[in-house]
Write a protein of this length. Structure first.
Length: 256
């Protein structure tokens, strides 16, 4: 006989991962109310595992509960974001150092795939696609270089950082033209197995973003949004309606 407690726990975990992925992929945007009835219906579940998943995400600071209003994707202030990026500077710098020390030949080839994708972005600008490569790159460096505890911390901070931004910048603090060469330099240092350079370049990468956020605190956000749109190789960005389409698998379509 199946243990019903285990089945319920597995369902909670599945729902948690689905909602977390929706935040990462910006199907649920910062400050947006999470449509519990709609999600429960589309996932084919009751409200119980959904609420359990949302409460866990609340502990991770990715959502917040507002009395008599429901759950919302958390919208962080710029002061909070500066603190988060300062932590990421130190932790991802350490991850980059460890990655350079521990990377295998197969992993070097995978890093080269990211290098090709960043190079391609120079010729075929697409902020949405670039943002996905950016996320994948940082997560991969973390995967190579971070121990389990550090990896869990970094994954949480990555999600917070990438889910913060306004729609038009697709989760980027700075435009691709400012960060492509920084990413390529980090990839080169890790691929050459140069831990000191890898750490310093990763920390510089974050220091530049921190400076941008601090500038926005002083001067407002409009400059950054306009800059990203202007520097996207002369193209303006229109928020994709597809980002707001909830794509949710029915988790009960198969037995858990």
């Amino acid at each position: 006989m199946e243990n019903m407690g285990v089945i319920h726990e597995n369902l909670d975990q599945k729902v948690y991962l689905i909602i977390k992925d929706m935040i990462i992929e910006r199907q649920l945007l910062p400050g947006e109310k999470i449509p519990q009835d709609k999600l429960a219906r589309e996932l084919g579940i009751s409200r119980t595992p959904l609420v359990s998943a949302l409460k866990y995400l609340e502990k991770e600071k990715l959502v917040e509960a507002k009395p008599r209003r429901g759950f919302f994707v958390r919208l962080f202030t710029k002061h909070e974001m500066v603190s988060i990026f300062e932590l990421r500077e130190v932790l991802e710098g350490l991850a980059a150092r460890r990655a350079a020390l521990n990377i295998t030949d197969i992993q070097v080839e995978k890093l080269k795939d990211f290098s090709k994708a960043f190079q391609l972005s120079k010729s075929f600008p697409d902020v949405g696609s670039y943002a996905k490569v950016d996320r994948g790159f940082h997560n991969y460096v973390t995967e190579i270089g971070a121990k389990e505890f550090l990896k869990n911390i970094l994954q949480t901070y990555n999600i917070i950082s990438f889910s913060y931004q306004v729609v038009s910048s697709e989760g980027l603090v700075r435009p691709p033209v400012e960060t492509i060469d920084e990413h390529l330099a980090i990839i080169d240092a890790i691929g050459r197995r140069d831990p000191a350079s890898a750490e310093e370049l990763m920390r510089q990468h974050f220091r530049h973003s921190i400076a941008t956020l601090k500038n926005e605190i002083e001067n407002g956000t409009q400059n950054r949004v306009a800059k990203i749109e202007r520097l996207q190789f002369g193209k303006s960005t229109t928020p994709s309606q597809g980002l707001r389409t909830l794509k949710t698998p029915n988790v009960l379509s198969k037995k858990p």
